[in-house]
Design a protein around this ligand. Sequence first.
Ligand code: 0A1
Ligand code: ZN
Length: 862
Amino acid sequence: MADAQTATQAPTITRREDYREPDWRVPEIALDFDLDPAATRVRATLQVERNGVHDRPLVLDGDALVPVSVLVDGVEATGWSMDGPNLVIPLTGSAHRIDTEVVIAPERNTQLQGLYASQGMLCTQCEAEGFRRITFFPDRPDVLSRYKVRMTADKARFPVLLANGDPIAQGEGADGRHWAEWHDPFPKPSYLFALVAGDLVANRGSFTTLSGRTVELGIWVRSPDLAKTDHALHALKLSMAWDEQVYGREYDLDVFNIVAVDDFNFGAMENKGLNVFNSRYILADPDTATDYDYDAIAAVVAHEYFHNWSGNRVTCRDWFQLSLKEGFTVFRDQSFSADQGSAAVKRIEDVRGLRASQFPEDSGPLAHPVRPDEYIEISNFYTATIYNKGAEVIRMIHTILGPDKFRAGTDLYFQRFDGTAATCEDFVASMEEASGADLSQFRRWYTQAGTPRVSATLTQEGGRARLSLRQSVPPTPGQPVKEPMVLPLKIKLFGSFTGRAMCDEQLMLFKDDAAEMVFENLSETPVLSINRGFSAPIIVETNRTAADLAFLSAHDDDPFARYEAMQQLMLDTLVASVASGSADHQPVIDAVRNTLTDGALDPAFIAEAVLLPSDSFIGDQMAVVDPEAIFRARESLRRDLGMALNAEWRAAYDAVRANRFEYSPTGKGARRIKTVALGYIAASGAADAAALAYAQFEGADNMTDRQGALTTLASGTSPLREQAIEAFYQRYAGNGLVLDKWFQTQALSSRDDTAQRVEALAQHRDFTLANPNRARALIGAFAVNQRAFHDISGRGYRFVADQLIALDRLNPQTAAKLIPPLGRWKRFDAARAARMRAELERIVATPGLSKDMFEQATKSLD
Ligand code: 0A1
Ligand code: ZN
């Protein structure tokens, strides 16, 4: 394996402070591909220019490439040498033409970086450092070039040939081969290069831009999938219009193509004019995709499209600046999705996601700042911190500046840095310059890791209330001591008697270790609503009672705060129950009844609000996680909620039971509440629950209802469980994306025997580690099933480690992403911690381990 290294070799650490401008620039590159899965010949012509005055040679990055020929200014070169994987060419002048030729084997590329084969097509993935697996090049984001690409391939196998930019010419060659040429007029870094060759068909559309230009759109898939592309095409058009309206950003080429591929390490990739997508984020029809899938498709299509400006037109100077494009673009796609449906529900989903993935990362061994200081393998830094915390940082700037000044800031940023490779500092400075705000202390959000904690205490004396705040940021690896952060806190008080607001919402910028806020002339006892809308990505502890929380869950006028109050009430109850073996469930039952029967509320919001926090989020609140006690406490509360509100759940269920599928906010809300209600009916132990679930499973006219029913059955003990699992498998045999759901649903089951069943599923004929979606569906899902993974026997740890060691040989990037659950050993009891560490040590000791895995596993042992 190319980037294999043994654990004994010292890893190369790349540091942000070592950044230096490139020695050579490459304003032009022409690539000529003779495509063949077994042996693709790549000829590259680079126009190189010396950058500044120096005598350093041209160093071209390579990864597992062997030069067939090297020419300098048209003449066979002799002075070149290899420095490890890289090609070093001494040059005397200030500008030269370099020609290289290599041969690569896409069909043997199991890493899925560079040029690879997937289901009969050839495609590329170059971010972050995949281009060097295709040709020798200064593979760093601050080298921007204009690309001309020519592809030749067998016409029958690869009738469609796509690359970045606009199509220029095409024609027939000899022996059944044909060719096509594409030119991209916009200078771009190599990580945005893409080509695709395959037997594909397109769902075509067009979009007329703000200034009246027509853009031809194409969603390219294999022909059986064509009927599943309308939703993605529609989402693309909505995204193009939204970016014009909200950010004034217009698309710039004549064509915009998206290609769906089945084997893909991440979600999708924003290559200029030629986005390549994991097919799970393109293909949808009601029978095979859930509402969650539909929403995710729209969000990812938007995300990749928005990168055309935030990422492509303005790119990153180096990979430490990754959040410059990712945090900003996630904020943009979140805002887009919020504008398409319920903004409140979207915010709840985003915060739930942040708490499930970023908060644990920020409190564990892999914690790093939004702008990291060093890395061994950059692929390991495509994290929830860079993406989701990065988005929260941009959201806070938006909150502090307000929408108009924020927009003035982004206009300035895009105008000033268009066509360049910029830094996070450039972004923040643009925001300051356009708004007049001082963001100096705010910059700590880019440099300090760890989730800030705020304790908020409200005390009352007569008509006056005093809010006392304290903040702290916990130590993280390499950062033992932290400075106070700027925390934008949205705050409001409500009267506990009338339920009325006692003041307008205040935006407090909390900047010091401690602060106070005084409220005068209060006519009744106030209840505190704080961090409304989740205005800062922090953990807040308050002195609010169960009664205060129940009150807010019914009266707060900010839907997020209302949801949050309910979550906190549930969490306090569950944590008390884990600690003492039981707790008073009545306040939760009353609050849930109140919300569930409030006819003024959006059903989609109700469905979110009445869901209990996950096992792992409950675990995150505890000093030592006890997976069994958490599971018992949660099941007990679920059962009591199910029984006490039996009539209400059934009424909610019956109200939407006969709905026909419609993809709309109302339709989605109805389906969501339906499956949540079904879950509670099953939790109550009702005799008819399995039959009800099976009827929903069988009669469903959409995947949301069908998978929802399967999920309920999969955690139960009814014989209908096996029947449903088998029927689902038969119905969707051959549909890879739906089979992923089949594996995932079983891996997430809360049954006692999940670990055994998952081990058996790993032997199933449809299981393969070669497809990242399939590996994530079984191994990734199982590793976040807190109860099953942390089985005291340690079999869950052993199984995951075995799988990751095997996966690392094929696909280090995907394997390394699945390490974090094992790295959480410090949060568990001594017996579990020892077993988890033992598996990490076994991984580190594996001969030929990739540097991706080496970095994740060794850091996780610290
Ligand atoms: N830039 C993409 C994410 C991405 C990163 C790396 C990849 O391959 C190793 C693929 C995609 C995005 O933000 O969508
Ligand atoms: Zn992105």
